[in-house]
Design a protein around this ligand. Structure first.
Ligand code: F6P
Length: 333
């Protein structure tokens, strides 16, 4: 049997009544833009796209040339599709309404155009994360506040990983599916349908260099993991940290694990390190749809009511029993 393309998969989702034609086409446009980003990332130094852009984003982070280029590719691809009312990106201070009012559709798109960008210049996997919301009824020119919907309101979300192969991981609320880019044909082909994350794990992902800055609850939890077989958890744990959320989450999606970016003294004032709207929420949707769990440590991530477009949150996600164990340490304090 010939492999199922993303296009065919989305048509099947439409026929099943899971998505409408507009959402189908919107996801196709995002996927097409990600193919262009994949090509740019793949050229590396030969494309003249490595290194700093010499600018900073709203979060005060130095932008890489590929951050800026990926943002432009996604903006350009989506501005004229007719399915979106507005867009917001990690790389832009504010959201943008689609310029031509006659071409505005019913959806809002949020994205981190190139996640893990500290890894670009060292040839380690990076990716794009995206989230789709409905534009609130009656809003013709969406503004930042129209994007401030909890993760439970997402109608589609996913990410790509630009690694040894380029992958697209997608959910529209009916399971999580993985597509691999066939570079010769230029199509995303379904390679794993309905991924399930094992409920238990012996692997965790965290930036251990922040240990001394963590809250006492996080200190206790990680100490118990590190204590291994003879400690309270009664088993040995392994640790992995790529420092690209897309790569770390994809490993967990593939074989289980828990990914954490908890609160620490350095990011406490900002509310956390990772961004709620275009990092944590889409990943939480993908992970929950694969049978995993996602929490701030104190609350289900998807139920956090956002108050700002670039809001940050603590993140614990992955194998559901392990996330529950981590939450058990944090819930009281
Ligand atoms: O966007 C933030 C990000 O680059 C994530 O992709 C990644 O998980 C994290 O930051 C890496 O953080 P650190 O630099 O602390 O390892």
């Amino acid at each position: 049997m010939s492999p199922i393309s993303l296009t065919r998969h989305l048509i099947e989702e439409q026929h099943a009544g899971h998505i409408n034609a507009d959402l189908r086409l919107l996801i196709e446009v995002v996927a097409r833009a990600c193919k262009s980003i994949s090509i740019a990332v793949g050229k590396g130094a030969l494309g003249g796209v490595l290194g700093e852009a010499g600018t900073g984003n709203v979060q005060g982070e130095a932008q890489k040339k590929l951050d800026v280029l990926s943002n432009e590719i996604l903006l350009e691809a989506n501005a004229w599709g007719g399915h979106l009312a507005g867009l917001a990106s990690e790389e832009m201070d504010h959201s943008q309404a689609i310029p031509d009012a006659a071409r505005r559709g019913n959806y809002l798109l949020l994205f981190d155009p190139l996640d893990g960008s500290s890894n670009i210049d060292v040839n380690v996997s990076v990716g794009t994360i995206f989230s789709v919301l409905r534009c609130p009824e009656g809003v013709t020119e969406p503004r930042d506040e129209d994007f401030l919907q909890p993760g439970t309101a997402q109608v589609a979300a996913g990410y790509t990983v630009y690694g040894p192969s380029t992958l697209l991981v997608l959910t529209t609320g009916h399971g999580t599916h993985v597509f691999t880019l066939d570079r010769e044909i230029g199509s995303f082909l379904l390679t794993r349908r309905d991924v399930r994350i094992p409920a238990d794990t012996q692997e965790f992902a965290i930036n251990m260099s922040n240990q001394r800055h963590w809250e006492p609850a996080t200190q206790r939890y990680i100490a118990d993991l590190l204590a291994g077989k003879t400690g309270p958890r009664g088993k040995d744990f392994n640790m992995r940290w790529v420092a690209s959320m897309v790569a770390d989450v994809h490993r967990i999606l593939s074989r289980g694990g828990i990914f954490m970016y908890p609160l620490d003294a350095k990011c406490r004032e900002k509310g956390g390190r990772l961004r709620l709207m275009y990092e944590a929420n889409p990943m939480a949707f993908v992970v929950e749809q694969a049978g995993g769990a996602a929490s701030t440590g104190r609350q289900r991530l998807l139920e956090v009511q956002p108050t700002a477009l670039h809001q940050r949150v603590p993140v614990f996600l992955g194998s559901r029993n392990e996330v529950a164990a981590a939450v058990g340490y944090h819930a009281d304090g």
